[in-house]
Design a protein around this ligand. Structure first.
Ligand code: G3P
Ligand code: CA
Length: 242
């Protein structure tokens, strides 16, 4: 079973920050990191989950209303004196470059289904090729249209289609959105395992993010495996591979 860090180690540290990614990169047997991208007003690729900055920073408003230098003035609370900043995708690549050479993967989710960012696909594909790490990346999105664009830009890219039910993921994949792997919600496994066993199926969870306290609940990975799940995006991957 592949173990991925969802938004970095996002149960113990603030999601989508250099801190949460550093903690994930320290985990030797981790498959990779999942993160979310949006575009700033001056069209820089930044790593943040929501379309708005309100939930995770001390700012208010949409990410796309701020230039990068304005976004960099916002603080992300860590529980300590040292605050984190919204990272750019380039800063995250810089951080992970050495780990990527060792086989570490990056799942980049394009957050463009609620607020479509014109040209986001071109920008991210271009950047990853320039950095020479395109083979270490899995693209994903809830938007089939966006994934189609990625496929046109890179015929060999690994692309995961996101949806809640695995049946919806498969439906979109077969509809030709360019995806090659399925990324359903972990409780959305509504197909018999025989229907999906030829696919990579990476399941995501929601909730239990920093600063919420850990619940102590542990997933039964063997049970998930029997349902056809081949990888999981976890907020607290530390406890599964320590
Ligand atoms: O990669 C799957 C997962 O990240 C999708 O949900 O809301 O955490 O971006 P969300
Ligand atoms: Ca995500």
């Amino acid at each position: 079973m592949e173990i991925w860090a969802h938004r970095g180690c996002s149960q113990r540290y603030p999601e989508n920050t250099i801190l949460s990614f550093t903690k994930a990169a320290d985990l030797k047997d981790l498959t990779g990191i999942e993160l979310d991208i949006q575009l700033s007003k001056d069209r820089q690729i930044v790593v943040i989950h929501d379309e708005r900055v309100d939930r995770t920073t001390d700012g208010i408003g949409e990410v796309g209303q701020y230039t990068l230098s304005e976004l960099k003035k916002l603080n992300i609370n860590t529980g300590n004196k040292k605050k984190e900043k919204i990272p750019t995708i380039e800063e995250v690549i810089d951080l992970l470059e050495e780990r990527i050479k060792e086989g570490f993967l990056l799942n980049i989710e394009l957050k463009n289904s609620n607020l479509p960012y014109e040209g986001m696909e071109e920008k991210i594909v271009d950047l990853l090729h320039k950095r020479g790490i395109q083979k270490s990346v899995v693209y994903s999105s809830f938007s089939a249209v966006s994934l189609e664009k990625i496929r046109k830009l890179d015929s060999t890219a690994e692309i995961g289609i996101l949806d809640r039910k695995v049946s919806d993921c498969l439906y979109k994949l077969k509809g030709g959105c360019g995806a090659s792997v399925l990324h359903p919600y972990w409780q959305g496994m509504d197909l018999p395992v025989e229907r999906i066993q030829e696919y990579t199926v990476r399941a995501w969870l929601s909730g239990h993010l920093y600063p919420e306290k850990p619940t102590g609940t542990r997933l039964n990975l063997k049970f998930l495996e029997k349902q056809g799940i081949t990888g999981v995006f976890l907020n607290e991957p530390e406890v599964y591979i320590e």
